[in-house]
Design a protein around this ligand. Structure first.
Ligand SMILES: CC(=O)N[C@@H](C)C(=O)N[C@@H](C)C(=O)O
Length: 688
């Protein structure tokens, strides 16, 4: 029997909202897992240690803290016999990178420490219970700062465990006096979140002799990263990004011209292993040291696309495409490969299959790819839970984390079943989590929405990118908003990842119309259910999601009662000259991009026509803008341009300015301040 509609009560007291936010911040997220070597106990049982790293917002310290916890896993190579934590959590401070040697006997740590007010980097080698070596990299001055980011950064032991490979900034000439004319030299960098990362170099530490060699032989027009040791330690394999005629932003942009390279340590010769005209990432060597898998996509065009999974045979030097681009969802449901990064290890023990977590429509699944047939099987598509993340796999023991919109991430392990028996996958939970019974969610054709028999206020959240995807996983802000009594509609519009390459390609040239109409269609269709209060709808979005939020309030002026935009794109025509990704503006406006492009008035006109600023005169909705001072992706001037237009029109607008923050506004205080202001802005303007 249908329940009568009742008026929904939303939590509106700032102190109570802050308490909810604090409570939900206590759920940590997994960021790393390693499987240690197999140890045989004196009673004959086999076990290994699983090392995990987590991050958690510490609101008191205004920091994202990182900590580790280890688990012991007894197994018989096919199943887990017994498992449990071995000790408590320990906070990790000052470690930028760390890695165990292949045998597990040694550990290398890159540490940053401030001495007499100066930042110094140290490279430590640990053996058993002692620190074997500590090199002051800053004093040695062989190179600049070591890269610790996901894009270029790596720290890898040689197979022989005698050398360590890492990436650092090339040494710059000293600038003691301006008479030398170099003090004010401009160094291009790789843009948003890669500031001051300009010319990476590959560095090798000879551990015995404490000797660091900065590798030569790499073409000067290439920036190397994501490196590892070739079979038998004869040389190094790496991804090289072309940086001529100039560097473009790399973050969220897998479409930068790049290739796989091999540099031979004896001869210094550098060889290109993959195509000259595509973009590659995440090369991973098989356990038998015979093959390398990597992901490949087109250069320019949409910033993230459906990938090809390619494989390079080390001995035959042949490259094959294991899984090709999927234009439209296949009959078996497979929609293509969208992972931007493979886990540190991704091969099965027999070097036949590759594992990955990958967006498939609105969820992230664990996929197994048979490299000899290209067959793709999902290990998780039949599971009820939301989304799965592969943290690592070693000797077929997978370490994964699973979460959903009402369940923070947990930690599980399980052995990869034999080929053909994937449906028999069974998991053992190492770390339970706390499901949030008062939040419910559903994936529908256009929406993720809470269906309840009360008139709920609705917050519409389209994602940014625009070529990214919202999967059914844990999000702090949506969980808190739901607990406050809001309903949240997360929208994947056409152009999102996870639905096939055709879907992605349908958007460039049509932004500002197709994506806007898709979001509105999703909102209208949930409103037809009658469960939501049509007078209490807000829209919230960041970046391209902010672009959509500003478009929606301009194109549907009576509809949204509050709008919150984080670093929104408001005018493509003015953004192209100042962003780190000018190609994005061209491609999304419907043009091909070339580095030597000349802007024509017609192009700028089209960009303006597709931008939210074009509709600003119709806006009535109160707007809260949140801008990061150091944003290189969507420079803050975009938001300021919109702010001025709204002020002139006397539309209520408030601007929050976050110094020391970039595009993501992810520093702990900026994020929590942004959340509180978002919640209070919506409460105020929805008259709750
Ligand atoms: C490629 C890119 O960064 N585009 C931005 C305009 C954008 O929308 N970014 C998203 C991913 C974000 O949420 O920051």
């Amino acid at each position: 029997m249908p329940c009568p509609h009742v008026v929904c009560k939303v939590l509106r007291e700032a102190a109570e909202i802050a308490q909810l936010y604090r409570d939900q911040c206590r759920f940590p997220a997994l960021c790393r897992a390693d499987v240690g070597p197999v140890i045989t106990s004196r009673y004959g049982g086999q076990y290994c240690n699983v090392y995990t790293e987590w991050t958690q917002r510490d609101l008191e310290r205004n920091e994202n803290v990182k900590f580790c916890r280890q688990y012991i896993v007894f197994h018989d190579d096919k199943s887990v016999v017994y498992s449990g934590p071995s000790g408590n959590c320990t906070e990790i401070k000052g470690e930028l990178l760390s890695v165990d040697s292949p045998s597990g006997d040694m550990k290398a740590v890159l540490r940053e420490s401030t001495i007499k007010g100066e930042d110094k980097q140290f490279l430590e080698i640990w053996h058993k219970n002692r620190k074997l070596k500590c090199l002051n990299l800053t004093t040695l001055s062989k190179h600049g700062k070591v890269y610790e980011d996901d894009q270029f950064g790596c720290m890898v032991w040689s197979h022989s465990e005698t050398h360590l490979l890492y990436v650092a900034e090339k040494k710059r000439p000293k600038t003691e006096s301006y008479f030398q004319g170099q003090q004010f030299e401009y160094y291009e960098d790789w843009g948003e979140a890669l500031v001051n990362k300009s010319s990476p170099v590959l560095c090798v530490l000879d551990i015995e002799g404490s000797n660091i060699t900065v590798l030569e032989g790499i073409p000067a027009n290439i920036s190397p990263g994501q490196a590892f040791w070739a079979p038998n330690d004869t040389g190094l394999v790496f991804v090289g990004w072309w940086h001529e005629p100039f560097r473009l932003g790399l973050k969220y942009c897998a479409n930068r011209r790049s290739s796989l390279f091999y540099v031979d340590l004896a001869s210094g010769k550098c060889e290109q292993l993959s195509s000259n005209s595509s973009a590659v990432c995440s090369p991973r060597l098989s356990p038998d040291l015979c093959r390398i898998v990597y992901m490949e996509c087109g250069v320019f065009g949409p910033h993230q696309q459906c990938n090809r999974l390619c494989m390079y045979d080390w001995y035959t030097k042949q490259t094959s495409v294991v899984v090709d681009v999927v234009q439209r969802a296949r009959e078996d449901g497979f929609t293509g490969i969208y992972s931007s990064m493979l886990s540190p290890r991704c091969w099965s023990a027999d070097s036949q299959r590759v594992l990955m977590s990958c967006a498939q429509r609105c969820r992230k699944d664990l996929l197994v790819v048979d490299t000899s047939t290209g067959e793709v099987t999902s290990l998780t598509s039949q599971s009820e839970e939301g989304s799965w993340n592969l943290l690592n796999i070693h000797r077929d023991l997978m370490v994964v984390s699973c979460s959903s919109p009402n369940c923070p991430p947990d930690l599980r392990v399980g052995f990869l079943p034999e080929k053909g028996s994937e449906s028999k996958m069974s998991w053992v939970t190492l770390e339970e989590t706390q499901p949030q019974a008062d939040i419910s969610w559903q994936t529908l054709n256009f929406m993720t929405v809470h269906i309840q028999y009360v008139k709920l206020p609705l917050i519409v959240m389209p994602h940014g990118g625009p070529h990214s995807v919202l999967v059914s996983e844990w999000f702090l802000s949506t969980a808190v908003l739901c607990k406050m009594g809001f309903s949240v509609l997360l929208v994947n519009y056409r152009g999102s990842l996870g639905f096939g390459q055709d879907n992605i390609l349908s958007l460039p040239g049509n932004i500002g119309t197709q994506d806007v109409k898709d979001v509105q269609l999703a909102v209208d269709s949930v409103l037809k259910q009658g469960d939501f209060d049509k007078q209490k709808i807000a829209v919230v979005g960041g970046s391209h999601g902010g672009f959509l939020a500003c478009h929606l309030i301009g194109q549907y002026p009576e509809f949204y009662k509050a709008c919150v935009a984080r670093n929104p794109v408001t005018n493509l025509a003015s953004m192209i000259g100042s962003t780190d990704i000018p190609d994005w503006c061209m491609v999304e406006a419907g043009y091909e991009y070339n580095t030597d492009i000349h802007l024509e008035p017609a192009i700028l006109e089209q960009m303006l026509n597709k931008s939210p600023i074009k509709h600003v005169s119709k806006v009535k909705t109160p707007v809260l803008l949140m801008l990061g001072e150091d944003d290189k992706r969507v420079p803050s001037k975009q938001g300021i341009e919109y702010y001025r237009a709204l002020k002139a029109l006397q539309v209520p607008v408030r601007l929050l300015w976050y110094p020391g923050n970039n595009h993501s506004l992810s520093k702990v205080d900026a994020e929590s301040d942004g959340f509180m202001n978002t919640a209070l802005w919506i409460i105020q303007h929805l008259s709750l």
